[in-house]
Design a protein around this ligand. Sequence first.
Ligand code: WT7
Length: 635
Amino acid sequence: MSNYHIKHLEEYYQVYRKSVNNPERFWEEIAEEHFLWRKKWDKVLEWDFKKPEVKWFQGAELNISENCIDRHLATRANKTAILFEPNNPDDDAEHITYKQLYHRVNQFANVLKAQGVKKGDRVCIYVPMIPELAIATLACARIGAIHSVVFAGFSATALATRINDSDCKIVITSDGSYRGAKTIDLKGIVDEALERCEGVETVLVAKRIHSNITMKVGRDKWLQPLLDVASNQCEAEVMQAEDPLFILYTSGSTGKPKGMVHTTAGYMVYTAYTFKNAFQYRENDVYWCTADIGWITGHSYIVYGPLCNGATTVMFEGVPSYPDYGRFWDIVDKHKVNQFYTAPTAIRALAKQGVEMVEKYDLSSLKVLGSVGEPINEEAWHWYNENIGKKKSPIIDSWWQTETGGIMITPIPYVTPTKPTYATLPFIGVQPCIMDEHGKELKGNQVEGRLCIKFPWPSIARTIWGNHQRYKETYFSTFENMYFTGDGALRDEVGYYRITGRVDDVIIVSGHNLGTAPIEDAINEHPAVAESAIVGFPHDVKGSALYGYVTLKDSGESRNQENLRKEINQLISDRIGPIAKLNKIQFTDGLPKTRSGKIMRRILRKIAEKDTSNLGDISTLLNPECVQDIMDNVL
Ligand code: WT7
């Protein structure tokens, strides 16, 4: 009997019960039947959230690239694996079959080997959404190198920090990238970053925009000539189940990004199984996730999950607004997309453009709509349901995180009845719970508190690269014996979950997870700035936008405030990337602080949200007088 594909609600409950009553038995069955193992495991699960330590399928040997590619060659050699839709709609889409993908990944793997890359080495991939990005990640997996994909919208400083944190000795990039009507000088950003990265010996450069770039002799090499002479056969490295597959950085509430480490077997099993069920993928469907492979959504649900299932996965290079706001719907129509997965911020931006941009296109191929990255508000949910899904395609509001590797709470389409703004029920094998501030579990329904997970699932990140202590403190120390998500949630009267948002200093702007600390660090580098505090405030498209409170060293600062604002945003752009720029910057003489000197962000958040009816007791502050002044000058 196979539990691989769930088709009814009763079946969901039955399989769910089985998965929590005997998780080892359950995951063993899934793993047995649907993957290619060089050697089976000795033990399904070993775990201890106190250490913390989680090991799935110990003793097993495999290679995930064989599961994504080789395994399909017998039956799907000529099926499209990756359907590449370029930035310019007048350029042809590229259909890369499983057979072609096999050859291209093997060639790339041989190039990496020829450059001296070995099992366990870290490879930084800073490439836009072109086929080389997916191929490079799979080539790393094939030879057992650990990929660290850095989103190609990050700045030189952010890139350098990530390269150095995991000691990458090779960087893969391109001469530049297209972004709508603009081009971006990616290679220039890499050159700037590498001034601070002594360990990088080699840079492989893909040609995309044919710009005039400088190649540093001895370090920089064009990729294509190397691929042209490489063999298209490359024996896959045999990996242990718990060998690291990749590192992916996510921002935290302190300055340094956290390099989340995902390992091989558990990640593969979980992303493949969730993909199949959360999207109800059927053999000839065309699936499209609009995320960038630079984020976990792209790793798990553009590359690994779909390819493990032999699916056709669309990779889109461009932006939703180019050449106009109908582009997403044009692509759905052109490629007859069946499953469409995007972020609430994109839905809100497109909804603003009106339905004329939608009505031009035939969206009848759509069967499943997905949402991910932040809470989806009711209005956006209804717009998506009515105008895109025509009330026929269920919306899966899927909650998960970089750290969880795969989807954790989601409706299963055509199985779980949906409810606007609710992620609904835990996925098979996931055991969520809601905790109060004192560490007590809130049992039963109609409760609200902090969202934790009680039991390991196969794709949980195993550590933070080079800092296991930080991993323990961030996720396993707030509540005993639990993984703490950092999110608030409520459970309604039927047991459905609704995610209410972050409860820490992380703000989600347009679906991007931004820690306040690194932004504040960037602002504080400005010579005129004494101190700063960032909070989020509601924004109709971005979900949340950033509001900065800044105190200056010299309060009589003669410079024009507008210029200062520009300089501060430029600094943020340079240090982190344009996504972290502030929407509003208020200059103030003081920031409210506790007696121990901690900035009271809660008060600043309320002021930015223009909700000052209940600021709480401010008399215990060190400097209560500044609060009125801040309120009087709010932007
Ligand atoms: C945070 C994780 C893995 C997806 C991409 C983001 C928020 C994610 C939802 C959702 C409400 C959501 C949470 C989470 N989030 N999905 N469906 N409803 N909130 O990955 O950058 O690691 O961010 O995104 O706050 O903790 P990420």
